[in-house]
Unconditional design. Structure first.
Lengths: 193, 193
């Protein structure tokens, strides 16, 4: 966190930065209650506890004017017909945006506002995604085998609020239908959960 | 500038975003006084006014929490032994960082603080550069022929201050010596200009 300029490479394929300050590993067991097919979730968990996604963080002071950044790697796979995904979060400071630059793989970003507006955008290499302030966001890996790798940047003062979206869920899910990703309603959300 | 999520591709090679709100073109004539070899600068200008660099901007509200972003394309070439470069700038809000992700080409970023600290970092594809708050920054294309293309992100409230660095110049220059880039002192800076 020395206050001098620095550089690092992002190895591709893979997405692991040559330099990082934090490494978050989320396993299947960390995602309890987030997939629609709870029976399959339980069956898969009984067979092991695979890694769902990993985040490599470059830390900076958590103040406006700084930019927190790193890479997100969502491993391919499904829980029933639902693709592997991240927990997703609002920013604690709701009025904080985030930028993703997709480096590898295929995916979608599921997004929604506190007012219930929703959006889904596709991710693929070379594509930039702008998540405006107020939009919670969850990455989904829709590739059959390859990791989804994105480089992300967000304002230093943004913070993460996982709880709000964890308790209400996202309105939309991305599932496989006839071999292709499809956006569907989240039955748990509409049930007022 | 609709406040809904959006995506766009950055075409490579090239670096032109599929969607942008602003396109800045800087020609040789815009760089008067910035290259050490003023005679060669004049000779080149007499032969035409080539494009030195271009910036494609995606505009957002200029407030903290938003992220301004786009691509920078510095065309290859030299003025005497000095490589093509951007004007360079401090942020108006000095305490604002910037991130560069290099997409194409070879280059260097020349940086310095108001206190006179300096740093130079190499740019090449796949490399991230973090410019902390307080550091003015200028991109230099050190490739013999290829454009230097970077994707940049900075805080919405940062602003640009070209004047401060234009009147005092950067402390360091990047010149070709025996076919390779080398960092040297800026004689104009040390002359108290």
């Amino acid at each position: 966190m020395a206050d001098i300029p620095f550089t690092f490479e992002i190895a591709l394929p893979g997405g692991v930065p040559a330099h990082y300050d934090g490494h978050i590993v989320r396993r299947l067991s960390d995602m309890a209650g987030m997939f629609a097919d709870e029976r399959t979730f339980g069956d898969l968990l009984a067979q092991g506890d695979p890694i769902m996604y990993q985040v490599y963080e470059i830390r900076r002071p958590e103040v406006a004017g700084e930019l927190l950044h790193g890479t997100s790697i969502v491993h391919a796979g499904q829980v029933g017909d639902e693709y592997h995904m991240t927990k997703g979060h609002f920013h604690t400071v709701l009025e904080a945006a985030e930028i993703y630059y997709c480096l590898q793989g295929r995916g979608m970003m599921i997004m929604e506002t506190p007012e219930g507006d929703w959006a889904v955008e596709e991710l693929r290499p070379g594509r930039v995604l702008y998540v405006p302030p107020r939009w919670a966001h969850r990455s989904v890996n829709t590739g059959p085998q390859e990791d989804l790798v994105t480089f992300f940047v967000y304002p230093g003062h943004a913070g993460h609020n996982y709880g709000a979206i964890e308790s209400r869920g996202f309105r939309k899910r991305v599932v496989e239908r006839e071999g292709r990703p499809q956006v569907v309603d989240n039955p748990l959300w509409s049930s007022g959960r």
